[in-house]
Design a protein around this ligand. Structure first.
Ligand code: B12
Ligand code: SF4
Length: 545
């Protein structure tokens, strides 16, 4: 693989995105500065620019800075979610189109779906266009200028995106620090998780290669401020949650999740004192809300002490009026940790249990013990937690039946008893099928999708499969969701739970928590929903966060 020219002016362009702090480019710029103190760098965030100005603002920035290396960071592409997306409510449109009985509603869904597809492809092409435009313009000043692309969206869709990028563009998977350092040193980048469009192909297992372990130090925000004129944009809104990463990697194996391959299974802890030093700089600039952007804040029990150390250091640093949020595996809490979480101001967390049926949780390889989750939630409440918890459920998971739905309802009601019904928000996810996951493998094996499918396609026939809601329960859930939107679209999750309970009732909690090995689903239940009693998995909803 070719090595880079000697580059000396690096421009980080965060491609358009909802206003989420561009922590990825901030960390990259900070790392590169520490390796190459003399290098000229600049951050340009299209997330802070109104859409009509994207091209003009990019041109102006390139004319001013005249970069030799353009580092494009692309955060997200897939927008299936139960909430208003950038092109309307994608899930609602899809469900109206696929499941509505009423022709007028079906038509509305089709039109909504068209609007959504149009906005999806427009965004996709627009971002690809911005990359091409930026590179072309930079080459006016430096013909040898080069583009490299990375970020969350690129890590998920690296194989597909390469087809539409200019020749010579470097496409990066996962963390970019080691790759950028090699590139800037003019070293061979062949062994990094990347490929060069038109020159090399991604290795078959690029996504599964382990990231280079790099010890993270506190980001130097004085420096970041000096290379990012618009940094203030994120400091103005006092309710905004700024990203801080405390660790990388997740050791779990949940069947639908790609984080564990993007970040790797090996958990790498950022030293607590460095995390706190980084937070302190933001704190001194008036920031009081932090999002710990880890795939999981407490990935396993063996990392409980690291979490305790970090939270204790936050208290020691005197940051006693902050709030923070994170993805929390609530099976990994202790009373001491709960106490610290509350003391340090955790005011929102998301638990991705996916189902309240222990049997299904096991089938999805999630490694959660639901009984332990409940016990820990009680500890958290006893420690004084009185804020919001979002519980991610994905119904119609592998081998879902009416029984397992009733168990999920029982589980959810118990969480409500613990925290209060107004504090527990059921987030109903239909998780877009992601490449390189166990679920994708399963879909190939079952003949549900063919191995040459395009995971980025939003064509109705592909989208329907990627937005996994298979029969025999698919139509049933379609109707439930449509009714929930009709009854109260502002409180979709709670409404879905309510309707399910009205129609199916609620199991005993003990039933939800027990998962005898090899327990078959009741055959009569399978028949009631029109499925076979063969025990063959019927697919899963694909959970996104
Ligand atoms: C934390 C998180 C959130 C939080 C963010 C909180 C906050 N205030 O920051 C919340 C819960 C709000 C969130 C929401 C969503 N998220 Co999210 N989120 C994540 C998560 C777990 C970590 C992202 C992060 O900040 N990491 C830490 C930083 C430092 O890493 P980074 O930005 O990825 O940057 C590193 C590398 O990517 C790389 N890199 C970045 N840019 C570049 C550029 C180049 C050239 C190179 C070489 C390298 C490089 O180097 C960086 C430093 O190591 C990722 C999954 C994951 N494990 O990565 C998903 C992820 C980014 N989210 C995703 C999605 C889809 C969403 C949603 C759109 C979900 C939805 N359907 O509603 C929403 C909405 C986001 C929006 N824009 O409106 C997807 C995006 C890909 C996709 N499928 O399209 C991801 C990858 C998860 C997934 N696999 O599906 N998310
Ligand atoms: S869903 Fe959460 S716990 Fe499971 S592998 Fe992904 S990040 Fe880890």
């Amino acid at each position: 693989m070719t090595s880079s020219p000697i580059v000396n002016r690096v421009l980080y362009v965060r491609l358009p995105c909802n206003p989420i702090f561009p922590i990825g480019v901030v960390y990259l710029a900070d790392f590169v500065r520490k390796q190459f103190p003399a290098l000229e760098q600049r951050i340009f965030d299209l997330g802070a620019v109104p859409p009509l100005d994207f091209s003009r603002a990019l041109d102006t920035c390139i004319d001013e800075f005249q970069p030799t290396l353009l580092v494009f960071s692309w955060r997200d592409i897939q927008i299936y979610a139960p909430v208003g997306g950038r092109g309307g409510n994608p899930l609602q449109n899809a469900f109206e189109f696929y499941y509505a009985q009423n022709l007028a509603v079906k038509l509305r869904g089709a039109l909504g779906g068209l609007r959504l597809a149009a906005s999806y492809y427009t965004e996709l092409w627009r971002n690809l266009g911005l990359i091409k435009r930026g590179l072309k313009r930079a080459r006016k000043y430096h013909p040898e200028a080069r583009a490299i692309v990375g970020g969350g969206a690129v890590s998920v869709f690296y194989e597909q995106l390469g087809r539409s990028l200019p020749q010579g563009t470097i496409v990066s998977v996962g963390e970019g620090e080691a790759l950028l350092a090699k590139l800037l040193r003019g070293e061979d980048i062949h062994s990094e998780r990347c490929y060069v469009v038109g020159e090399t192909q991604p290795r078959k297992d690029t996504i599964h290669e382990a990231p280079t372990p790099i010890e993270k130090t506190a980001c130097d925000y004085n420096y970041i401020e000096s290379i990012w004129p618009e940094f203030d944009y994120y400091l103005q809104d006092r309710d905004f949650y700024l990203g801080v990463q405390t660790k990388r990697g997740c050791p779990h194996n949940c069947c639908y999740c790609i984080y564990t391959v993007i970040e790797g299974k090996q958990v790498r802890i950022n030293p607590a004192s460095e995390v706190v030093a980084e937070m302190q700089q933001l704190y001194d600039r008036g920031i009081r809300n932090f999002w710990f952007t880890d795939a999981q804040f407490i990935p396993a029990r063996r990392f409980i002490n690291d979490a305790i150390e970090l939270l204790q250091k936050i208290i020691d640093a005197g940051m006693d009026d902050i709030h923070w949020a994170a993805y929390i595996r609530a099976d990994n809490l202790t009373p001491e940790l709960c106490d610290l979480m509350v003391k340090t101001g955790m005011n929102y967390f998301e638990i991705g249990i996916t189902s309240g049926s222990q049997k299904l949780v096991r089938k999805m390889r999630m490694g959660y013990n639901l009984r332990v989750v409940l016990e820990n939630c009680r500890d958290l409440k006893a420690a004084g937690f009185n804020d919001l918890v979002s519980v991610n459920y994905s119904f119609n998971v592998i081998d879902e039946t009416f029984d397992t739905i009733r168990q999920t309802i029982a589980y959810h009601r118990e969480l409500e008893r613990i925290f209060g019904a107004d504090k527990v928000e059921p987030a109903i996810f239909f998780i877009g099928l992601q490449p390189h996951t166990h679920l994708e493998e399963y879909a190939f094996e079952e003949g549900i999708i063919s191995p040459d499918y395009d995971p980025m396609s939003l064509m109705p026939w592909t989208a329907r499969k990627l937005l996994w809601n298979p029969e025999p329960l698919g139509t049933f859930f379609g109707e439930i969701c449509l009714e929930a939107w009709q009854r109260n679209s502002d409180d979709f999750g709670r409404e879905v739970m309510q309707i399910l309970e009205e129609r199916l009732g609620c199991a005993e909690l003990s039933e939800a928590l027990s998962a005898p090995m090899n327990s078959p689903s009741k055959p009569e239940e399978k028949q009631a929903i029109g499925g076979s009693a063969s025990g063959k998995s019927s697919g899963a909803l694909i959970g996104g966060r």
